[in-house]
Design a protein around this ligand. Structure first.
Ligand SMILES: [Zn+2]
Length: 484
């Protein structure tokens, strides 16, 4: 049957009907889980059973897909998600989208029963949230001197979302049972913030500009100065006031420690707090932010690098596992910490289909290596991001994300034992028209799983594009101040 993500139990009877001619009956069953539903399609009557509105909403999404497919077989469907967290992330920092484009994307993701919108709103290349408290974040931090990312367009690039626009998106998501989680990446990926307020970095005499290229940058927030902590608390207060959800994402990825190694304030902080090294200083800094947000009733999510300090415990933060070479995430989950599976090699949608074919995304197992039975219970769900260094407009974004986002949605909803790639490809091709009605152009079927030769060519091209000598230096020597 043409339902995506595939329901977990379907029993088909003989006969079929037009759903639009059926009367619909709702039944409440208090014993069911929030997102679970059952549908019975009889000749003349459709019966939906759920605990409340959320289950009913998912049942209606299923019925909408069936209705679009024509006559429906008489059947019974029993369904509930595999994972509680079914996320998609949009990077609006490197390249912005319009609010209408973001809503179209959300509508599409919601139609496949995803329920978390992680919104990446600030990075080295731009700060994208209206700030009344820190106006330079918009005046300076929201703009870069040219389009950047190897574009030959030398016009300035930038902008930010007003608080009203953000509230509008949050309200839009609420109708679709989607939580919105803003990401304020710290202490790294903060060139735009530092360009706005240079005193926040270790070297206050340094000139840091809003970045115009990708990579990892050595100038990060100074964890040694009390004034930096005060700034961050103020910033997070403003974010906590704007976003009503339970979670704020604090980033924490790719924070090279070279500046901290040479900063008297950072070194004093390490000594005063009996910390072993700069990695522990990041753990300490993150803990200060977690404690501040906890007082505001907020919880935290971080990227997996936040575990490197050893100071983030299972009750402090949920962890997004994007690249973990040393089993930090499996150890964390095995000891009770909650983890979201977001493996870059399978779920990063800015990677070409030649690097990450649809089949590879579809077949990724969110119960990643190293988990024991306790750890598996702590996999909260899946998330798939679209980073936008090389995704400069919505057509490109649509092509890269669809249908791979749908593959992740199915991993989030459908039990692994019920998944079937051949069947998925047929169902997903049937979504093309409804996606087009949202302005989303799904990639052609021939692009989904390219052959070996095409893949080789694309992988070589990608390697060439990321061979930036300065970025490689920072990656290889994160704690050394070596520059070209
Ligand atoms: Zn410092």
């Amino acid at each position: 049957m043409n339902i995506t993500p595939k329901p977990n139990f379907i029993q088909v009877f003989s006969g079929e009907c037009w759903l639009k001619d059926n009367k619909t009956t709702y039944i409440t069953d208090e014993k069911m889980k929030d997102e679970a539903y059952t549908i019975e399609i009889n000749d003349g009557e459709t019966i939906i059973t759920s605990k409340g509105e959320k289950g009913k909403y998912y049942a209606e999404l299923t019925l909408a897909q069936l209705e679009r497919a024509g006559k429906t077989p008489l059947c019974k469907i029993e369904d509930e998600p595999e994972f509680a967290y079914r996320g998609f992330m949009i990077d609006s920092a490197r390249h912005m989208q319009t609010i209408d484009e973001i809503k179209a994307y959300i509508t599409a993701a919601a139609s496949f029963k995803m329920n978390v919108f992680h919104w990446h709103l600030c990075d080295d290349q731009g700060y994208r949230i209206e700030s009344e408290k820190y106006p330079n974040l918009n005046k300076i931090g929201s703009y870069r001197k040219c389009h950047g990312f190897k574009s030959d367009n030398m016009e300035p690039y930038g902008g930010y979302f007003t608080k009203d626009e953000i509230r509008d998106v949050i309200a839009f998501c609420k109708e679709k049972y989607i939580d919105v989680i803003p990401e304020i990446d710290m202490p790294g990926h903060t060139c735009a913030i530092i360009a706005s307020y240079p005193e926040l970095t270790c070297r206050s005499n340094a000139t840091v500009e809003v970045a115009t290229d990708g990579g990892i940058f050595r100038d990060i927030l100074c964890a040694g100065k009390d004034s930096t902590l005060e700034f961050c608390y103020g910033l997070l207060d403003e974010i906590a006031d704007l976003f009503p959800g339970e979670y704020i994402h604090l980033g924490g990825d790719e924070a090279p420690k070279a500046r901290w190694c040479e900063c008297a304030d950072c070194q004093k902080r390490i000594k005063d707090n009996n910390l072993k090294n700069e990695e522990e200083l990041q753990g300490w800094f993150t803990q200060m932010m977690i404690a501040h947000l906890r007082e505001r009733g907020k919880k935290v999510i971080c990227w997996n690098e936040s575990l490197h300090s050893g100071l983030i415990g299972k009750d402090d933060s949920i962890i997004c596992n994007w690249m973990d070479r040393k089993n930090y995430c499996s150890d964390f989950a095995n000891k009770g910490g909650k983890v979201i599976a977001e493996d870059f090699y399978h779920y990063y949608l800015d990677y070409e289909y030649g690097m990450t074919p649809l089949k590879k995304t579809y077949e990724y197992n969110p119960y990643f290596d190293g988990l024991n039975s306790e750890g598996e219970k702590n996999i909260l769900g899946v998330e798939t991001p679209i980073w936008t260094e090389n995704v400069k407009n919505f057509d490109r974004m649509s092509y890269m994300c669809f249908p791979r986002l749908i593959a992740v949605a199915e991993a989030g909803w459908t039990r692994r034992s019920n998944k079937d790639y051949a069947d998925f490809k047929v169902r997903v091709e049937n979504q093309r028209e409804s996606l087009a009605s949202l302005g989303i152009k799904q990639a052609d079927k021939k692009c989904w799983d390219p052959g070996v030769l095409v893949r080789g060519k694309i992988i070589l091209g990608r390697l060439k594009s990321i061979l930036n000598p300065q970025a490689i230096l920072v990656f290889l020597f994160p704690n050394k101040n070596i520059d070209l």
